[in-house]
Each structure stands twice: as C-alpha cells, then as structure tokens.
Design a protein around this ligand. Structure first.
Ligand SMILES: Nc1ncnc2c1ncn2[C@@H]1O[C@H](COP(=O)(O)OP(=O)(O)O)[C@@H](O)[C@H]1O
Ligand SMILES: O=P(O)(O)OC[C@H]1O[C@](O)(COP(=O)(O)O)[C@@H](O)[C@@H]1O
Ligand SMILES: [Mg+2]
Length: 447
C-alpha cells in the first residue's frame, strides 16, 4: 500500500524543561524496551483498506502513554479537575483515577476538584483531593464534584485558573464542554500561560466523534435492557398491547440502536437521524396494525430526539433552551402515547388496546459504570495524565480502533458521531425488527 501518512499535530507547552519520568523509579513498573511511547508511535484513524487501490492517504494520531521525559516537576504541579454537562456512568471513576494516577504514578500532591462545572472555577472554592478522599468513588453514580450546564464565562474561568495557580486542567464533559475547552485552551495560549489543558470525552449519548465510543455508553445500553424487557412483558400481557420506551439521545440514536440490537424484543426503533411518518401506506400505524394482528403486541423504542418536529408546540416551546443553549425537547413518549391511542380509538373503537409508556431516562445514566466501562475510564484517565505530564496540551485522549491516542481538542469539538443510516448497522436493526423503510416508502407514496 502506498500513500502519505499525515500525523495530527498536537500543541505542546514550550516554556517547560525536560526531566526524567519518575515512573523509572516507581516500584510497580519496570520500564523496558517499548514501555515509553515516542513521537513516531501513532495510531491510524482507519484500519480497513482496499489493498488494490493505487495510493491512499492515511490520517494518524499520536499514541497515548508514558513518555521517557516529562515536562513538569511533580512537586510544582497544581491540577484541577472539573465535570460539566449531563451525567454519565463512570464520571466518578475518571475523577478517582485522575487523582490516584497523578498521585501514585507521578507523585503529584496538589490536586483539586472544581465543584459544579465551569461556573465552579470562579464562583466556588476548589476541593483538595487525595487517594483516600476518592477511594470508593468508582462505586458511585453521578459525579461527587457535581456538574452543571451554562455558566461558561471564558475570562472569569481563565482568570480563576491563573489566580489559583493551576497548571494542569482536566475537563470531563461532552460536546458542549469540549467546545468550551477549546475556548479556554485558546485563551490560555493567548495569555502565554504554561497550563496543560485536556478534555476527557463524556457523553451518554455517544455523540462525540473520532473515538470508538464514549465511557458509560455500554452501561447505559445495559440499563436500557431492563426498560425494554418490562415494556415487552407489559405489552405481551395485554390485549393489543404496545410497550413504548423512550431512551436518551438528543441528536443521535446510538443508545436506542444498540439497545434494540441487543434486546431483540423490539418491533420498531425510531432515532433522530431518520424521518418517519405515521399515517398511510408504509407508515408506522400500518406497521403496528399488522404486528398487533400477527403477534398481539409490539414494542416501540424511541430516542428522545426522534420525531421532535412532528410534535405540536407553541412559540415559547419552540424557543426554549437549557442553560447551555441546547434546545429543550418535548416528551416524545407522552406524545406518542396520545397519538397511538387516538389512532386506535378512531380505527377500532370497540377493541381493547393498551399503551404502557416507560421512561427510564435518568435511570440509565445515574448508575455506576459497569466493569468494562470502569476499566475504560481508568485507561482514559491515565492516558490523559501521561499526555499532560509530557507537555501536550489542547488534546483529548481516547480509543481509536481499540488503541489509545491523543486527538487535537478542536478536531473532537468539531466532529459529531451520528448514526450512519446507510451502513450495515442500521440495516441490521431493520433486519431484526423488520420495521418499515420509511424513507423509501415515503418516496414511493408520493409518486
Ligand atoms: N459553544 C460553547 N462554547 C463554550 N462553552 C460551551 C459551549 N457549548 C456548551 N458550553 C458549556 O459547556 C458546558 C457543558 O455543556 P452541555 O451542552 O450542557 O453539556 P455537554 O458538554 O455534556 O454536551 C456548559 O457549562 C456550557 O455552558
Ligand atoms: O435533564 P438534563 O440533565 O439537562 O439532561 C438531559 C440530556 O442530557 C443527556 O443525557 C446527555 O447530554 P450531554 O452529554 O450532552 O450533557 C441527553 O441525552 C439528554 O437530553
Ligand atoms: Mg451534549
């Protein structure tokens, strides 16, 4: 295979001095050949190639891991950790492992938690953290530091970082947080401060791009199974029963898709990336009618952002935003329940019909991470620490094709991970549920 490899450049702090990595003397490690990662160690963005193609350009990211030399004197490090945005299983594990990792791997002793998200930098007292304080945090859901939306005042935040003398900042958050982190990184560079900034991607929706998946996502999918199973039991035990489950997913339907694929009890899965329609040939009602006739019940899984444009709303509802500026959605489950009942009442006024609506929204994200996600959180935290200690800044650690890499923060902030409606995964959903291909049906209908 021929073709050039372009390595994504990582910003680094220039005013610091090289020093020996203390892992060299750490009793738990025996650094041998290949232990330290060098600048020429990279992870390719893509692993599948067509070998018959003439020439292919490749994108690569620097590989995450410890470097032979670090750029901070551990006793001079003052680290800040903050969690922003919505909850996600594993946030406490990441905080715990950042604290324990900084302490045990590098001998850092000044580690602080910023309470309540970005606003905490300038409006609250930072909390001193050590391994003893965080020892059981991985067993707790949520974030012990607390989180919030909004409150992003760039200058106040950077002033507070400067005033407190923080020289490493670990920012745990989703797509909105990453956009904020880019602003902070740029302002810090403008002020020529020697402060390492890293963004650790957190989002239960799995909507952050480039990385394989976000931590906590698998736990959330697992939790969603309970809701789907309950909906299935309720639907099966009724006459013409519909079990309706709403799952998180503002603009991406990954949770709904994965929960559908792993459950196999789902008759139809609706996600924000797709258009669908209710009435007429090839529509949802026709499909449900058929399913109820054949099987006596049906299970419908809907991502919270699906069909939002179909729900009637007044002017103020149209404008509503949360503190971070994200649009506030109406409850698609409540709407569905009412349109389904209207439809059945119209078509079959004398026949029994039941819709059981289950909304496990916060249950799927307010739990501790499962074992797989806990391990993932640990590797993520350690990757972040190694990168910052090595002097990199403005980066995001994350798994790419199973290997941990450092990705420029700005690239992550600009990339959204949407469900690709034309790849095999969505085809697999349709083959499992046998649900209508709304797009094709709609085109056929309008001919
Ligand atoms: N474009 C942006 N620029 C700067 N800060 C932002 C931006 N978008 C969101 N934020 C801030 O990031 C934090 C988290 O954002 P939010 O969208 O609520 O959650 P998430 O990071 O999980 O997507 C909030 O404090 C919000 O004010
Ligand atoms: O009610 P809240 O806390 O604002 O959160 C609701 C939203 O948060 C999420 O769980 C996750 O969103 P973020 O990760 O972007 O914060 C969405 O699925 C959901 O719409
Ligand atoms: Mg978000």
């Amino acid at each position: 295979m021929t073709g050039a490899t372009s390595i994504r450049k990582l910003p680094s702090l220039s005013g610091l001095h090289h020093r020996r990595n203390p892992l060299e003397d750490n009793p738990f490690f025996h650094p041998s050949n290949g232990f330290y990662i060098t600048p020429s160690d990279v992870i390719l963005a893509q692993v599948a190639y067509d070998l018959s193609a003439q020439s292919q350009s490749r994108v690569a990211y620097h590989r995450a891991g410890p470097r032979r030399e670090i750029m901070y004197e551990p006793s001079a490090v003052k680290a800040a950790i903050v969690t922003c945005g919505g909850l996600c299983p594993g946030m406490n594990t990441v905080i715990r492992e950042l604290v324990v990792g900084l302490w045990e791997l590098y001998g850092v002793r000044e580690i602080y938690g910023i309470p309540a998200g970005y606003r905490g930098f300038y409006s609250m007292e930072a909390v001193k953290l050590d391994p003893k304080a965080v020892h059981d945090w991985h067993k707790k859901g949520g974030t012990v530091l607390a989180t919030s939306r909004g409150g992003f005042h760039l200058h106040k935040i950077v002033d507070a970082i400067q005033l407190n003398g923080f020289n490493q900042v670990y920012i745990i958050g989703g797509d909105g947080t990453m956009r904020g982190a880019v602003e902070i990184f740029k302002e810090i560079s403008l002020r020529k401060l020697e402060v390492g900034i890293t963004g650790i991607p957190k989002t239960v929706d799995n909507d952050v791009g480039i990385i394989d998946r976000s931590f906590g996502f698998q736990t959330a999918v697992e939790m969603a199974q309970q809701a789907i199973s309950a909906a299935h039991v309720e639907a099966e035990s009724a006459v013409n029963g519909i079990g309706l489950v709403k799952l998180m997913g503002r603009s991406t339907g990954h949770i709904a898709l994965h929960a559908t694929l792993s459950s196999r009890d789902v008759d139809c899965c609706l996600i924000p990336e797709m258009d669908f329609y209710l009435e007429g040939k090839g529509g949802l009602f026709e499909f449900l009618e058929k399913r109820l006739k054949e099987r006596g019940h049906a299970v419908l899984v809907v991502a919270e952002g699906a069909g939002q444009e179909m729900i009637p709303r007044n002017e103020s509802q149209k404008q509503e935003r949360d503190e971070s500026g994200n649009p506030v959605f109406l409850d698609v489950g409540v709407w569905f329940k009412s349109v389904l009942k209207d439809w059945w009442g119209r078509e079959h006024p004398d026949e029994l019909f039941t819709v059981k609506y289950i909304d496990p929204t916060y249950m799927i994200r307010a739990v501790p991470a499962n074992a797989t996600d806990n391990l993932y959180c640990t590797l993520l935290a350690h990757s972040a620490i190694h990168g910052v200690m090595a002097g990199y800044t403005g980066f995001v650690p994350g798994p790419i094709n199973g290997n941990y890499a450092y990705i420029p923060l700005e690239e992550v902030a600009l990339t959204k991970n949407k469900v690709n409606m034309s790849d095999h995964k969505w085809a697999w959903v349709r083959s499992v549920t046998n649900q209508p291909d709304f797009e094709t049906n709609f085109k056929g209908q309008s001919l």
